[in-house]
Design a protein around this ligand. Structure first.
Ligand code: VAH
Length: 311
């Protein structure tokens, strides 16, 4: 069986539903610090669980005889800047809990998400390489860089089968994101339908690596199902799909809602975004486990508007 921590989050919700479709609803235990939406709660077993509480996680792992854990609980970049110590404790405490359960042989495989936030202001911005300068300037990025180092250490030192991808900004309609810098790319679609206009908290030309959620879920499961011997990266794989600016999203929306207007009022999240790459080189993921992106910006816009319209 599989346990998902942070199952009610933006990625966790969709990952839970997809894994349940694939492996059966009783084989996937969802957990989070609070209950999730009805769709998730009615789709299979759920446990209220604090990802920083080792004993509580161990009890659930033993009770359900869990083999694999997807650790999707974290505090994201914007919120982490407001609560640095809480972010560090949650992001690192939860990772140590899961790595140590694996080290003790209580679980056999771990997925842990990293992020393009591991890169910093002096990282090459275009086609950012798998291995490059990484001096993250955000609490969240520091926790992701440190988490990557620990994942690789537990793999090399204790043979822990932990796998990871550096997610770009993710766009989805099923669950609102929480506290991210890339969340503008989700909010804009909601506002386009509700108000016909959006005030972006990132500047017109802020180009960031982005991905539609269906691609992110497919990548995650594809990596977890790959033979261990194929994997050459045990820190975290670069994962790319598309890169766009708020201006380009607006233009894509205007193909469907001609009167949609966008305005720009950058806030504290602008300097977070400015420290991140514009595009990612994901050659290693394509070579080791056959990664291929699916949705481009216009296809993402169609998916978002169609599904949000259904309400
Ligand atoms: C954030 N959505 O904005 C997350 C992600 C690359 C961005 O890590 O913090």
């Amino acid at each position: 069986p599989i346990l998902i921590l942070g199952a009610c989050g933006q990625i966790g919700t969709e990952l839970t539903m997809e894994l349940r479709d694939k492996y059966g609803r009783e084989s996937v235990i969802a957990s989070d610090i609070r209950e999730g939406n009805d769709g998730l709660m009615q789709s299979g077993p759920f446990e209220l669980l604090d990802a920083t509480n080792y004993e509580a996680i161990e009890d659930v792992v033993m009770h359900y005889e869990i083999d694999e854990v997807y650790l999707m609980a974290a505090m994201l970049s914007a919120t982490a800047e407001k609560f640095p110590m809480r972010a560090w404790n949650l992001n690192m405490g939860s990772l140590f809990n899961i790595l140590n359960l694996a080290r003790e042989g209580k679980i056999s495989k771990v997925f842990w998400p990293s992020s393009i936030a591991v890169f910093g202001p002096n990282t090459p911005k275009n086609d950012t390489p798998q291995n490059t300068i990484m001096e993250p300037s955000t609490v969240y990025g520091i926790s992701k860089q440190s988490g990557e180092r620990w994942c690789e250490y537990y793999f090399k030192k204790f043979g822990v089968d932990v796998r990871s991808v550096r997610y770009p900004g993710l766009i989805s309609w099923k669950t609102m994101p929480g506290g991210g810098t890339t969340d503008y790319a989700v909010e804009i679609y909601h506002e386009a339908l509700k108000k016909g206009s959006y005030q972006s908290f990132l500047d017109k030309e802020t180009r960031l690596p982005m991905m539609y959620m269906d691609d992110a879920i497919r990548a995650t499961i594809s990596l977890m199902e790959s033979p261990a011997e194929n994997l050459t990266i045990r820190s975290s794989y670069n994962l790319g799909s598309m890169s766009f600016t708020p201006n380009e999203v607006a233009k894509s929306i205007q193909k469907h809602i001609p009167d949609f207007t966008i305005s720009y009022a950058p806030d504290f999240r602008q300097q977070i975004a400015d420290s991140w790459p514009s595009s990612i080189d994901d050659t290693a993921a394509r070579k080791d486990w056959g990664w291929q992106p699916g949705f481009n910006l216009d296809q993402t816009t169609v998916e978002m508007l169609e599904n949000l319209k259904k309400g």
